[in-house]
Design a protein around this ligand. Sequence first.
Ligand code: IPD
Ligand code: CA
Ligand code: CA
Ligand code: CA
Length: 269
Amino acid sequence: MNHELLPVALEALEAARQALPRQSRRVIDTKSSATDPVTAADRALEQAIRATIATHRPTDIFVGEEYGTTGEPSATRWIVDPIDGTVNYSYSIPSYAISIAAEVDGSIDVGLVYDVGHGELFKAVRGQGATCNDVPIRVSQETDLAKALIATGFGYLPQNRRLQARVLGEMIDEIRDIRRFGAAAIDICWTAAGRVDGYFETGLKVWDWAAASLIASEAGATVTTDLPGIGDDPLTVVAGEGLFTTLRSRVSDLYQTLTSEPANDKAGR
Ligand code: IPD
Ligand code: CA
Ligand code: CA
Ligand code: CA
């Protein structure tokens, strides 16, 4: 796997890994709602990643969850979630990841998702496939929704979570089962590796999916991140080619139907 930005991304990941053990898992702040936590580690890891990338690429655009967008107009944009799965991290549940993507001229060319607890590095360079700890990965070939194990997640806004739970309530009889692991980047990478058959969630931000979406598409998945979801919150769907259309149609229909019911007028519309 070769790309001029890959070594920079790997160095930034290493800096973030070094910063992690020194940080407390205590929640020090909340953001969009009382259930949307921030720990010292979220901030320290983003600072470590920013500092490393700035050493090599001082004028690139940088988008991070904790410190927003910086840089000058530039062809290259780094998109970083320093810890995806902060709730898991704060409870010492070993499913949280560092996610680093490099986008060039609007196309994500390099994606790294490092699942700290499981010690797994998911990596992709555009056009060169995707790997987990350097072993090639491939999306599931399942085509039957009734046999599909589906991962999903909930955003932080209470009114949206209620609707997300209703969508699951409608789907649960139509699929094999649901998994909620607690980190969108890991959900998407596990879909890429065929550990689940598909994934959907509303309300993801670009840093949640940027790196993982390249990993998934390089592993043979179809990925969409901008379907209508709840209000302004888009719907993301990821699955192998044979399942994608069925899963996308069913989930889209449910969101359209349930968000248009009068009882949901207050639910994010
Ligand atoms: C969250 C996690 C979670 C998903 C939420 C995300 P964060 O990211 O990925 O699994 O359901 O939508 O916001 O806040 O832990 O980086
Ligand atoms: Ca995230
Ligand atoms: Ca995060
Ligand atoms: Ca967060």
